[in-house]
Design a protein around this ligand. Structure first.
Ligand code: NAI
Ligand code: MG
Length: 376
């Protein structure tokens, strides 16, 4: 029986329009090497540029398509000058809205350094960096309970409410422990470890988060408990990445830590992510629309391609689909083998011992990955 997955594709703005086509190309090539599943890709425009052209952030039928999808593949939003009358960046409500409305409560951001990519951190290599940030994605500081107070035309005060619930914390912490059970442990000592990152020395929400972490941890005797305050974490993650296996944290803190972790793996262009819930999944590179390099064929497509790989892993787990699982592994191997060959890389990876390499374009990197997959 062939399972056909409906994948809704939003390239969005800027480099999203360059990296997403490479991802679709790689996914199709990988699918063609196996039997057992197929894709039905349905693409929609969205974001700031579309807003300037049409007055809408996305077409009306896009939401219904997302609700009947098996997965969503997203590029990035953000177009210079595309701002709604309320001052909000056109397109951002789509992305945040999908996270909330599809209940994508777990944001997974792996920090894995590949052979052939130089870490920007002295003395740290691929054997040291392989952890997963599990960020709560539907509450915390990003719930839309906020406001500004103005008096006599003067803006006096702004409030953002931070919401931490039992339900939200239980499910994200459980997700982190379950994921840890499927992984190989921390690179430094091989121990399975879930690190709880918070600011429980100050914030009630964080004390609550940690309390629930402890409750859930009771059920996972094989996993080591670990605690660190978020401010200290910003330096430990860089100084000793090998200590970390799975890192669980609340929304805003996870957003910042996962951008920081991209420094360990070669930069924003290398960082993939998944937003998943019980029913839906949305997969996107961590980076934004990068207007500084958009349209110049310089964007690294690997963050997006590895997000596509995470999509296959998630579909595999959800549907017990072994063909999908094998396909995901093929994509990761192909990326790894292209990077190891040194001569094919976008400009963001041409530093350190690779500074003499002539940079490749976005689609040359995509083509090289496809070629490896076809030969595998
Ligand atoms: P950004 O992630 O777009 O760019 C940050 C830096 O990383 C830039 O120097 C850029 O050139 C580089 N970079 C990003 N993607 C790259 C790639 N694939 N290959 C090589 N280098 C890459 O963040 P920035 O500049 O803060 O934001 C630009 C726009 O994107 C803004 O409008 C922002 O609101 C939006 N944004 C959208 C996000 C999303 O759609 N998920 C996430 C973050 C920002
Ligand atoms: Mg961010």
């Amino acid at each position: 029986m062939t399972l056909t997955y409906k994948i809704v594709v939003f390239p969005g703005d800027g480099v999203g329009r360059e990296v997403v086509p490479e991802t679709v190309k790689v996914l199709k090539a990988a699918r063609d090497t196996v039997t057992g599943f197929d894709f039905d890709f349905v693409e929609f425009p969205c974001g700031g540029k579309y807003y300037l052209e049409s007055g809408k952030e996305w077409p009306d039928e896009a939401w219904e398509a997302c609700k009947s999808s098996d997965a969503v593949l997203f590029g990035a939003i953000g177009y210079p000058g595309a701002v709604k009358p309320n001052g909000v960046l056109a397109g951002i409500d789509i992305l945040l809205g999908l996270r909330f409305d599809l209940d994508l409560y777990a944001n997974l951001r792996p920090a894995k350094l590949f052979d052939g990519v130089e870490s920007r951190i002295l003395d740290k290599g691929p054997k040291d960096v392989d952890f997963m940030v599990v960020r709560e994605n539907t509450e915390g500081l990003y719930v839309p309970i906020r406001g500004m107070l103005s008096r006599g035309g003067v803006d006096e005060l702004a409030v953002d409410v931070r919401v931490i619930t039992r339900k939200g914390t239980e499910r994200i912490v459980r997700y982190a422990f379950e994921l840890c059970m499927r992984r190989n442990g921390a690179p430094g000592d091989g121990k399975k470890r879930v690190t709880c990152v918070d600011k429980s020395n100050v914030l009630d929400g964080c004390r609550f988060f940690r309390k629930i972490y402890d409750e859930i941890a009771e059920g996972y005797g094989k996993v080591q408990r670990d605690y660190v305050y978020v401010d200290a974490m910003t330096q430990w993650m860089i100084r000793a990445p090998e200590h970390y296996d799975v890192v669980v944290t609340s929304n805003f803190q996870g957003d910042i830590l996962s951008d920081l972790s991209s420094v360990l793996i070669g930069g924003m262009g290398m960082a993939p992510s998944a937003n998943v819930g019980e029913r839906y999944g949305l997969f996107e590179p961590v980076h934004g629309s990068a207007p500084d390099i958009a349209g110049q064929r310089k964007a690294n497509p690997i963050g997006s391609i590895l997000s596509g790989k995470m999509m296959l892993e998630w579909l595999a787990l959800k549907h017990g689909d072994k063909a999908c699982e094998r396909t995901a592994a093929k994509i990761e191997e192909a990326v790894s083998s292209v990077l190891s060959e040194e001569n094919i890389r976008t400009p963001d990876l041409c530093y350190g011992k690779y500074s003499g390499v002539t940079p490749s374009t976005t689609s040359e990197v995509g083509d090289a990955i496809v070629e490896k997959i076809e030969k595998s």
